[in-house]
Design a protein around this ligand. Sequence first.
Ligand code: FAD
Length: 289
Amino acid sequence: MATVFDYRAVSSVPEAISLLVQYGDDAKVLAGGQSLVPLLNLGLAQPAILIDINGVEGLSGVERRDGELVVGALTRHALAEHSMVLHEAAPLLAEAYPLIGDRQVRARGTIGGSMAHADPVAELPTVAVCMGASLRVEGKNGARDVSATDFFVTYLTSSLGADELVTEVRFPVTAPGTGVSFQELVRRKGDFAIVAAAATVELDAGGACRNAQLALAGVAGTPLRCEAVNDVLRGNVPSPALLREAAELACEGIEPESDVLASAGYRRAMAVVYVRRALEAATERAAGT
Ligand code: FAD
């Protein structure tokens, strides 16, 4: 049976919040519609009202502000993908954007929608966790900032309150000379990843690692940030053997589940491979080789 719902196009954040307060869990925010509309089609989402935020001014754009790269929630993937500001400030993010779906999906999809949808293998949440990004969310009690690691709770679930809207995603600006890499295992180009690894590696003048960050996706209900990699690499010249060791350590204790795409054992084995590849590529780029 067809789902019947109300539709309201809002023009401001306060207007959206006031409808979210009124309808609570019965409301759904509509941004690019690339995840929500398929769910509506399948009857998996049955809201009483869709709150269309596409007409809200000031929610789209990419800029550097106070030492951070700020991406407005309504920024389409296609706009961000071609932003020189974004390429210079967050090269890992720039590398991940073209891997999302296809041109049609990127023409409509937004970063706020990708974060709120909280798919555990989506590229942007994985980069956000790797880079230590934060999200600005606004609700009836005002605005708050939440780290990406705290924002994602489990599969398709975030810590966003029923009255809250994501308004910005803020990424720390990547230090010059940092190498980055996003590696993903996909069956076909543009598919959601089976396993993905995002890495940044910063080297000092002597070639020793100053800082390394890694996030792994496809092995849990959220992207995982692997601090152990930095503990192993920091202060050392990253040899192939050390990068292998770091990859194995990053994947220690992961407990992926089997699904139609891959068994748990295959995911675990591929996680080590893709983490190692991401660390190797980021290190090579940092070293300028
Ligand atoms: P919508 O679909 O409009 O909304 C998604 C959810 O977020 C809804 O629950 C909505 O209520 C909520 N929401 C939206 N904006 C906000 C906000 N500002 N504040 C609070 N809640 C909000 N994604 C990938 O990462 N990688 C892929 O490879 C990939 N492939 C795809 C292939 C296809 C064929 C399709 C259709 C989609 C694919 N996507 C992929 C998803 C795409 O990136 C979506 O754009 C994204 O997940 C959701 O963004 P949206 O703006 O379309 O959100």
